[in-house]
Ligand binder design. Structure first.
Ligand code: PAF
Length: 301
């Protein structure tokens, strides 16, 4: 697997494949790869002729300097994992390559970004995400780009962006990969102390409690959120938000008449975690999503 640092090198490396009509897949990452990322690469490998993994810790999307400073950077390890999962090219540009002197354009999706993460982190966060994702899509020009469902709002915002700006790419959303006890894989889990790691289970337990209430026939959003909050009490973790929202508009819904997204964010110590689940009013219509084992095997090897 080759590592490329500049847009020129990247375009030159992709040119023969593009000319031959081969399918190009992009897995955008900020590094610190875990099984969630690897499941995206494995999926891309199974669907595309050529798989590009981008690795760029995007300063524009961090609203806290401390969070940016302590974000794990481990390129050699990431390179090995990406290659094992089936990537052909690692695109790891410098900050200057992505944001050269004089850079002054940003891409913003309005409305959807005011809610959930946007409401807590401010508009700069999603502006940073949508600007860098637009740049990566222009740099790689992939046929398919892969994102994880753990960042459900990010996927919804990117789908809107791609549609609004007529970007010729298919956005593929892949299921959240979880630890065996349910904790969603995240680069930030590395910051949790052993005690915080236990308390972090509050997020998954909250989502699971709401899911169990739906299975018992409960459809009122208030009741589902109450069940979720109650499940968090033993962990001494307070949600920053816990909301049942439409997966199209991200507006809150009062009843689970249609499939809806139950989204949660919480701080466990200094670490901010997010998670979500899609709830289906008719539990029998809930598609069973396998936890991709192939990626787990690569990470634990
Ligand atoms: O999900 C992420 O890791 C980032 O937001 C992304 C999509 C790579 C953009 O920096």
């Amino acid at each position: 697997m080759r590592t490329l640092r500049t847009v020129g090198e990247l375009r030159a490396a992709l040119e023969p494949a593009r000319r031959a009509g081969r399918t190009i897949g992009l897995v955008p990452t900020m590094g610190a790869l875990h099984e969630g990322h690897l499941s995206l690469i494995v999926r891309a490998r199974s669907q595309c002729d050529l798989v590009v993994v981008s690795l760029f810790v995007n300063p524009a999307q961090f609203n806290e300097h401390a969070d940016l400073d302590r974000y794990p950077r481990q390129e050699d390890r990431d390179r090995g994992l990406a290659a094992q999962a089936g990537a052909d090219l690692l695109f790891a540009p410098t900050r200057e390559e992505v944001y050269p002197a004089g850079f002054s354009t940003s891409v913003e999706v309005l409305g959807l970004t005011d809610r959930l993460e946007g409401a807590v982190r401010g508009s700069a966060h999603f502006r940073g995400v949508t600007t860098v994702v637009t740049k990566l899509l222009n740099m790689v020009a992939p046929d398919i780009a892969y994102f994880g469902q753990k960042d459900a709002q990010q996927v919804i915002v990117i789908r809107r962006l791609v549609e609004d700006l007529n970007v010729a790419v298919r956005i593929e959303e892949c299921p959240t990969v979880r630890e065996s006890d349910g904790l969603a894989m995240s680069s930030r889990n590395a910051h949790l102390s052993p005690d915080e790691r236990t308390r972090a289970l509050a997020l998954h337990r909250a989502l699971a409690a709401a899911g169990a209430a739906v299975s018992d026939g409960e459809l009122s959003a208030d009741a589902l959120i109450r069940a979720a909050r109650d499940a968090m009490t033993p962990f001494d973790v307070e949600p920053e938000y816990l909301a049942l929202v439409s997966p199209d508009t991200l507006e809150t819904v009062s009843r689970l008449d249609e499939p809806a997204l139950l989204a949660i964010a919480a701080r466990v110590g200094a670490t901010r975690l997010i998670d979500n689940v899609t709830l289906y009013p008719d539990v029998r219509s809930n598609p069973q999503q396998p936890n991709p084992r192939e990626a787990q095997a690569i990470c634990s090897a």
